[in-house]
Design a protein around this ligand. Structure first.
Ligand code: HGA
Length: 168
C-alpha cells in the first residue's frame, strides 16, 4: 500500500521526507520518489525497487529545497517502473497520490483532447495534468487543486507542491 508524506519547513526537506518514507516502508511498495522546490522549480527523483535505490540516486543527484513531498508506491495502474513512480507532474506542479482514481480514463481523454501529454500509465498522473491545466488557465494553485479534486471519483489522499510557492 502506498505511503505519502510531505514537509514545508526551514530545513533541508529531502532527509526529512526520506525518513518519512522509511517509516512507511512496512506498508509495502515497489518504487519510491521525492520532489522538492529548488529555487522555486519542481525537481524530482524516482527509482524502482527499494528505498535504498532512491537513496543512491539522491546521493548521486542531491535534491535541495525546504518544501518537498515523497511517495512509496504499490502499483495499481501501470507497471512498477521508475517512470510510473510518483511524484508525477510538470514544471508547474508535482503530486503524490495514494488510492485509485476510478474515472481516470475519462479524465485522461479530456486532458489529451486539450493537449496535455501523459508520460506514465498511471491513474495518478491525471491529477497532476489536470492541476497543471487549470494553472495554465490562470487559476491560483489552491483553486487549481480544488477544481481538480471536484472532478476525481474514487478514494484517495493527495499531496502537491507548486513551482514558485515555497512554504505553502
Ligand atoms: N493508483 C496509484 C497509487 C497506488 C496506491 O495508492 N497504492 O497503494 C498508482 O498506481 O500509482
Amino acid at each position: 500500500m502506498c505511503g505519502i508524506c510531505g514537509v514545508v519547513g526551514l530545513r533541508h526537506a529531502t532527509p526529512i521526507v526520506f525518513e518519512g518514507l522509511r517509516r512507511l516502508e512496512y506498508r509495502g511498495y515497489d518504487s519510491a520518489g521525492i520532489a522538492t522546490l529548488v529555487d522555486g522549480r519542481v525537481e524530482r527523483r524516482r527509482a524502482a525497487g527499494k528505498l535504498d535505490n532512491l537513496g543512491r540516486l539522491l546521493e548521486d543527484n542531491p535534491l535541495a529545497g525546504t518544501t518537498g513531498i515523497g511517495h512509496t508506491r504499490w502499483a495499481t495502474h501501470g507497471a512498477p517502473t521508475a517512470c510510473n513512480a510518483h511524484p508525477h507532474g510538470t514544471e508547474r506542479v508535482a503530486i503524490v497520490h495514494n488510492g485509485i482514481i476510478e474515472n481516470f480514463e475519462t479524465l485522461r481523454r479530456e486532458l489529451e483532447a486539450v493537449g496535455q501529454v501523459f508520460q506514465t500509465e498511471t491513474d495518478s498522473e491525471t491529477i497532476a495534468l489536470m492541476v497543471d491545466f487549470y494553472l495554465t488557465q490562470g487559476y491560483a494553485p489552491r483553486e487549481a487543486a480544488l477544481n481538480t479534486l471536484k472532478r476525481l471519483e474514487g478514494a484517495y489522499a493527495v499531496a502537491m507542491i507548486f513551482a514558485g510557492h515555497e512554504g505553502s
